[in-house]
Design a protein around this ligand. Structure first.
Ligand code: ADP
Ligand code: MG
Length: 830
């Protein structure tokens, strides 16, 4: 402000003396046309306040009268910059239209005798030729006229820009750090930083570039608003030697006007102008002495950068650099330590980066991998499917997954599962390869372990049997020895008529013992699936003595064998093992005893019947079911029962392999297994075995030419397990279904049910209710019930006549098989 010294000092009122430029300008001005009028009429309150203001270093403005005529000091003039030229003596509303409301309020309040305070008011001022944003605190105090009534306000201003800017910077930096922390890739970090900084500074372009030793600058991402993007690789030499020298010095390079800055070489200026850069701040970032990055904030037109902005860019630059270093270190660690093969490759067929896992897995060196097309590493049979997966990823820009075999340097193949995702550049993709060879080998190992466990499961079943079998075996030997004894006695007595019968009994017993032994041996043997045509009824009968041994006294075993059962194709040994396992499960589910039913039936399934049974194809099946009256299974258990090792039994009792083994066997043999179970209601497991019309494989047990049953059901009540078992076995073998009971208590519920029973065979000498009484009770609900009594006592005609009613017969122990068979047939048919 130039003072015009045209007025004599003496003409100046004393309160204007020593007040600087503004005092001078006030003194020189003719105030008569203004609302204030000439000096001489200015009230003492105004002149007093003014004299203080003009001598103050604090920016002060007096707004006089309701119009707010402006009088201020030099500090104020400096603060407001270009506005000073038009403000002095003007009405505040006209000079500061953007603050009209604020000043109106302050004047109104001031004239009413009150003070007003505003803090952190943002204002844009042009100072020294450039627009600048300032934050200002304003304090308004009333100034009285000569009558003591407020006639104006005196406003003290404080430029708090530094403080506010520092706060905002700190906030910004904090927020930025928080935002950058979770970001994993340098690209994301650059992206986010540029966007945030660009928005804060209202810049047209912001980017963080990485600088290589070769003097190249790579711009991976940029924030650009109203100007083009400059993503790409740029040579640093184009900046010109002066600018490069400035960069090397380390301080931010601040250019307010590209066109007029002589530090820039002509080509640098041209290059910048071509990229629409009118002003910029470049902050160079170092690692030790090495130049690693550059953070650039650019403005399309010339711009006055504040010190605060410079400092902010510098601080942001340091943070980006650190964040990128951290992300890179993490990525490098991952890259180096990953067991998976990581690669960056292009759709054209080459890889540009591979991690150390490649060499570990495949043996190829990095150089070998990067110099040959990746498809040359693939197994010839896998190239088509792999390249088409990669091509479709290029087209859809969606990640993909595929498997192939990759050649090792040693000449064999590795199974690799690939997950690949396209890069945004449209040229490259990244791929992660997991070596499945190992896991395939592990699976083979696991299969081995399964097999071993399956075997042990089998042995466990055998172990469960041995106790019972020893007993069984004794009975059979007793049969043999007893018969031999009888024969010896008869021979001694010169009688040979009964010898043949005894020999039959002995040989039957011996045969059963032999069958049992061979079955036991077969059980322990490990066999591959041997599918042959079998009579499933015969198989069930053959194993029924093992089953009843397994079940124990409390559980009643019933067999319902379909008389016209189709023959079916299965592995006899595995089927027996399955049946045994199902019976053990059933027994375990009935800790307090119950009923176990083994049934066979023919089932034809059409499309309709198999629709809801995945795994079953339409066709004819022999179905073998095992039902128990035990605990049943919850839905959650049902869902898992076929899983290997799933067991609800205590350690040592369950292996969890029984059902999984049965499942595998059923599927392998072209059949299926289904479970129906309800908690508290019991369980039925059905094995579907495919029908076969081929010739039945020879069975171990030779059938006698005896009169066979036709599937009729016989209820056998016998307290002696050995006898019960013989009878059951015989009946089974000749084609009858059998329900067993140990005494009247277990027999009566069966008799009173509506189950079909064609014949009751009962021991006479039962504990409690005897056989005869039982027959009586049976006839109460089934008047036509046919009954065969078995007794150990010699036949006596008188006993017989009084003892037997219509439809009753008696058989004396011991009896020959064919005698029993003939007798049963006679009674049922009679
Ligand atoms: P394990 O008998 O060794 O437990 P399984 O595979 O034979 O293994 O059976 C798995 C599980 O299925 C059993 O632990 C049991 O919870 C359930 N389960 C199998 N059969 C029956 C059944 N008849 N009644 C109730 N639950 C059963
Ligand atoms: Mg089991």
């Amino acid at each position: 402000m130039t003072a015009i010294a045209s007025t004599t000092p003496s003409a100046r009122p004393p309160w204007l003396r020593g007040g600087g430029d503004c005092a001078q300008r006030i003194a020189e001005r003719d105030w008569s046309p203004t609302p204030l009028g000439p000096f001489s009429r200015w009230p003492n309150g105004l002149t007093g306040a003014l004299s203080i203001a003009l001598r103050s270093q604090v920016p002060i403005v007096i707004l006089w009268g309701p119009e707010g005529v402006m009088l201020y000091n030099d500090a104020y003039a400096t603060l407001v910059g270009s506005r000073d030229a038009t403000s002095l003596g003007s009405n505040v509303r006209e000079s500061w239209p953007e603050f009209a409301n604020l000043n109106d309020h302050a004047i109104r309040e001031g004239l009413a005798g009150r003070t007003v305070h505003y803090s952190d008011r943002e204002v844009t001022l042009v100072r020294e030729g450039a627009a600048e944003t300032l934050w200002i605190d304003l304090d308004y105090t009333p100034v009285p006229d000569d009558t003591g009534v407020p006639a104006g306000v005196m406003c003290f201003l404080a430029n708090v820009t530094e403080r506010v800017a520092a706060e905002r910077r700190a906030e910004f930096l904090l927020a930025l750090s928080d935002e950058l922390r979770p970001l994993k890739t340098p690209a994301d970090i650059m992206d986010r930083t540029a966007a945030r900084l660009g928005a804060l500074l209202d810049a047209s372009r912001v980017f963080y570039a990485e600088i290589t030793d070769a003097g190249m600058m790579t711009v991976e991402r940029d924030f650009a608003r109203g100007v083009g993007s400059i993503v790409g690789v740029h040579s640093l030499t184009s900046f010109g030697p002066d600018l490069l020298a400035a960069y090397r010095a380390g301080a931010p390079v601040v250019v307010r006007d590209v066109g007029g800055d002589t530090r820039l070489s002509a080509p640098a200026r041209e290059g910048l102008t071509a990229r629409e850069v009118g002003a910029f701040i470049d902050v160079v970032l170092f690692n030790e002495a090495r130049w690693v990055g550059l953070l650039a904030v650019q403005n399309a037109s010339a711009r006055l950068w504040t010190i605060a902005e410079e400092r902010l860019v510098q601080q942001v630059g340091e943070r980006v650099k650190l964040a990128i270093e951290r992300a890179r270190a993490e990525r490098d660690r991952l890259w180096d330590l990953s067991q998976d093969m990581l690669a960056r490759a292009d759709f054209a067929g080459m890889m540009s980066a591979v991690n150390p896992a490649w060499t570990k897995v495949l043996g190829w060196s990095e150089g070998e991998l990067l110099t040959r097309g990746y498809s040359t590493l693939m197994h010839p049979d896998d190239i088509a499917s792999s390249t088409s997966a990669i091509a479709s990823m290029a087209a859809t820009r969606e990640p993909t997954r595929f498997q192939n075999r990759i050649a090792t340097r040693a000449g064999d193949w590795r199974h690799i599962e690939w997950t690949a995702a396209p890069e945004p550049d449209g040229v490259d993709f990244v791929a992660i390869g997991r070596d499945l060879t190992e896991s395939k080998a592990r699976k083979a190992e696991l299969d081995g372990a399964h097999e071993a466990l399956r075997q042990s499961q089998k042995m466990e079943a055998v172990g469960q049997l041995t106790g019972g079998i020893a007993h069984d075996f004794n009975n059979m030997l007793t049969g043999v020895i007893g018969s031999l004894d009888l024969i010896r006695r008869d021979i001694g007595a010169g009688r040979l008529d009964r010898a043949e019968r005894y020999i039959d009994v002995a040989s039957a017993s011996a045969q059963r013992a032999a069958a049992l032994t061979s079955r036991l041996l077969a059980f322990g043997r490990r066999q591959s699936l041997d599918l042959r045509v079998h009579d499933i009824n015969a198989l069930v009968c053959g194993i029924s003595d093992l089953l009843s041994r397994t079940l124990g006294e409390q559980t009643v075993l019933e067999t319902h064998l379909c008389p016209d059962l189709w023959s079916a194709k299965t592995d006899a040994n595995q089927l027996e093992s399955a049946l045994l396992n199902l019976c053990i499960n059933a027994r375990d589910a009935m800790p307090d005893g119950g009923k176990l039913t083994v049934e066979t039936e023919n089932i034809s399934l059409d499309e309709h019947g198999t629709r809801d049974q995945p795994g079953l194809t339409p066709g004819n099946y022999v179905v073998l079911s095992v039902s128990d009256t035990g605990t049943g299974m919850s839905r959650a258990t049902l869902e898992k029962v076929f899983e290997p090792f799933f067991t609800t039994k205590p350690i040592g009792q369950g292996t969890g392999l029984g059902l999984s083994m049965i499942y595998g066997f059923a599927n392998q043999s072209g059949g299926h297994v289904r479970i129906y179970s309800e908690l508290g209601m019991g369980t039925t497991v059905k094995l579907f075995i495919p029908q076969s019309t081929g010739e039945i494989a020879s069975l171990e047990v030779v059938k006698d030419a005896i009169v066979n049953g036709r599937g009729e059901t016989v209820l056998v009540v016998e307290d002696d397990p050995a006898v019960r078992q013989i009878v059951r076995e015989v009946l089974c073998e000749i084609g009858y279904g059998v329900i067993e009971a140990t005494d009247a208590d277990t027999a009566l519920p069966v008799l009173r049910s509506n189950r079909e029973i064609d014949l009751l065979i009962t021991d006479v000498g039962l504990p409690g209710v005897n056989g005869r009484q039982l027959a009586e009770m049976a006839r109460a609900s089934r008047p036509d019930m046919k009954v065969l009594f078995v007794t150990g006592y010699a036949q006596n005609a008188t006993v017989r006549s009084g003892f037997l009613d219509q439809g009753m017969e008696m058989l004396t122990k011991p009896f020959a098989l064919d005698t029993l068979a003939t007798k049963i047939r006679e009674i049922i048919d009679g």
